[in-house]
Design a protein around this ligand. Structure first.
Ligand SMILES: *[C@@H]1O[C@H](CO)[C@@H](O)[C@H](O)[C@H]1NC(C)=O
Ligand SMILES: *[C@@H]1O[C@H](CO)[C@@H](O)[C@H](O)[C@H]1NC(C)=O
Ligand SMILES: *[C@@H]1O[C@H](CO)[C@@H](O)[C@H](O)[C@H]1NC(C)=O
Length: 314
């Protein structure tokens, strides 16, 4: 009788119903506390390992802990092979700032994510990768993101961000990729972005105006630059492009001047699109340019020479 009593106590005790609780729990209690704010913020589809308080938070969906320190280093909220988009119930919780070992923070294709980016994110000084993409986040890009000095990847694409690009992003000296495409950004590209030397810059499909020549320099390392679909207006004639460029799109802007001769030295270029601008003059002959066909040069003010059929006046 006593045996059965003990057995039933054991079977129905809370610790038995949480198989991962015991010596194998890796989750740091302070990280777990911060994650609890996310539990309220997110609707988590029921077929995913749920955020059960009694289980090890290192095994929760979207959470990754470092195998040595057991601290939460990645929080990647996305539609993991379920096809279901995660659904949020408001803004990103300020408690995100209480995950001090976070290196990757990603919110991808989230329904009903609202509000703005919390200031507490500036506490995440180990953050290397920040992705907020495909959400209805509707605010300006906060100036304080410039405090995340270790950022290597910043992707704020496909949200509803408005206002101008803060000059403080020029302080992100380790950035290798900056993606702000498909938002409602306006104003001028800050000159400070010319200080960056990233490998990719994508600012396409916004309403940016004015000069973009500060993004180009012959000894820069960028291989991928897409500024398509803005209201950029500057003289292309004297621009020197990064020699290792493989992708350059300036299409659908108001760019004037002529195509610089240096473009013939871009040996790795695969996409070079200057269509729908206000360019004039002879397309430089050489390199890969004439192999690209006419479409990347169409709909300009007065470009001439191959690969266009239009002959230049002698
Ligand atoms: C998103 O928010 C709207 C407005 O509050 C609500 O009507 C809708 O049901 C929410 N969508 C989901 C998938 O929860
Ligand atoms: C261009 O690519 C070459 C070969 O990968 C590399 O050695 C060189 O450092 C690159 N140049 C720049 C400015 O990134
Ligand atoms: C970049 O440029 C190309 C060609 O001009 C365009 O078709 C493409 O969708 C653009 N956007 C991104 C995010 O790559």
């Amino acid at each position: 009788m006593l045996f059965f009593l003990l057995l039933s106590l054991f079977l129905f005790s809370p610790s038995f119903s949480s198989p991962t609780l015991s010596a194998t729990v890796r989750c740091n209690p302070s990280d777990k506390n911060a994650l609890l704010a996310f539990q309220k913020f997110l609707y988590i589809p029921s077929d995913l390992p749920s955020w059960d308080l009694r289980t090890d938070c290192c095994k929760w969906t979207y959470v990754h802990c470092d195998p040595l320190t057991n601290r939460v280093t990645q929080l990647v909220i996305t539609s993991i092979n379920t096809g279901q988009f995660p659904v949020a119930r408001g803004p990103i919780p300020a408690a995100v700032g209480d995950l001090p070992y976070l290196e990757t923070l990603s919110f991808n294709d989230i329904i009903n994510l609202t509000g703005s980016i919390p200031y507490s994110i500036t506490k995440l000084q180990n953050l290397k990768r920040l992705v907020i993409s495909g959400t209805t986040l509707s605010s300006s890009i906060p100036e304080f993101l410039g405090q995340l000095k270790n950022l290597e990847y910043l992707d704020l694409s496909a949200n509803e961000l408005f206002g101008s690009i803060p000059a403080s992003l020029g302080n992100l000296g380790r950035l290798v990729s900056l993606e702000l495409q498909s938002n409602k950004l306006t104003g001028k590209i800050p000159n400070s972005l010319g200080r960056l030397n990233p490998e990719a810059i994508v600012l396409s499909d916004n309403k940016l105006s004015g000069d973009a020549s500060m993004l180009f320099s012959a000894d820069g390392r960028a291989r991928w630059i897409n500024l398509s679909g803005n209201r950029l207006e500057f003289d292309l004639s004297k621009v020197m492009f990064q020699r290792n460029l493989t992708f350059l799109s300036l299409s659908y802007n108001r760019i004037g001047g002529s195509i610089p001769e240096q473009v013939t030295e871009l040996n790795l270029i695969q996409v070079f699109d200057v269509s729908y601008n206000r360019l004039c003059g002879k397309i430089p002959v050489g390199g890969r340019l004439q192999q690209l066909g006419a479409p990347p040069f169409l709909h300009n003010r007065c470009l001439c020479g191959p690969p266009l059929f239009k002959k230049c006046k002698a």
